[in-house]
Design a protein around this ligand. Structure first.
Ligand SMILES: [Zn+2]
Length: 144
């Protein structure tokens, strides 16, 4: 049985290629960090491969380590930048798991005051707001 992937144009590829505006916090050869407009936690970012890969099962072997390394660095940056007491990392594959963008991504978010992340409806931030989150995180990401 195959995973059911969202049947949409890939917005993440459009962001990476500059075809649509978005806050790209970091772009490396194989991986990138985006600041999502739907903040479900503190400093919520998305770690993705720069090549289009629909799900975790489609990653190339040479993408595994860079993607996990960037996820770890994002978590560390969130802790340092926002002084949070917890960091959540989650990842969904296929429509039944609530994947909504057909490009594999790891969510990384500091926990909210009082704990946890917000699974309800969250406001859609402006690019000014997501750019400010990127500005907070950027000094805490190691340089390459
Ligand atoms: Zn894509």
């Amino acid at each position: 049985m195959a995973l059911i992937v969202p049947d949409d144009d890939c917005s993440f590829c459009a962001y990476l290629h500059g075809d649509r505006p978005f806050t790209v916090l970091k772009q490396l050869d194989k991986v990138a960090l985006l600041v999502t407009r739907e903040q479900r936690g503190v400093g919520h970012v998305l770690a993705i491969p720069t090549a289009h890969r629909p799900t975790l099962l489609d990653l190339a072997p040479d993408e595994y380590a860079p993607l996990m390394e960037l996820t770890q660095r994002a978590a560390a940056a969130i802790v340092q930048a926002f002084d949070v007491e917890g960091v959540a990392v989650w990842q969904n594959n296929g429509v039944p798991s609530h994947q909504t963008v057909p490009h594999v991504h790891f969510h990384v978010a500091g926990t909210l005051p009082g704990g946890g992340t917000d699974w309800g409806t969250v406001p859609r931030l402006s690019f000014d707001e997501t750019d400010r989150i990127a500005d907070r995180l950027r000094p805490h990401l190691q340089t390459d």
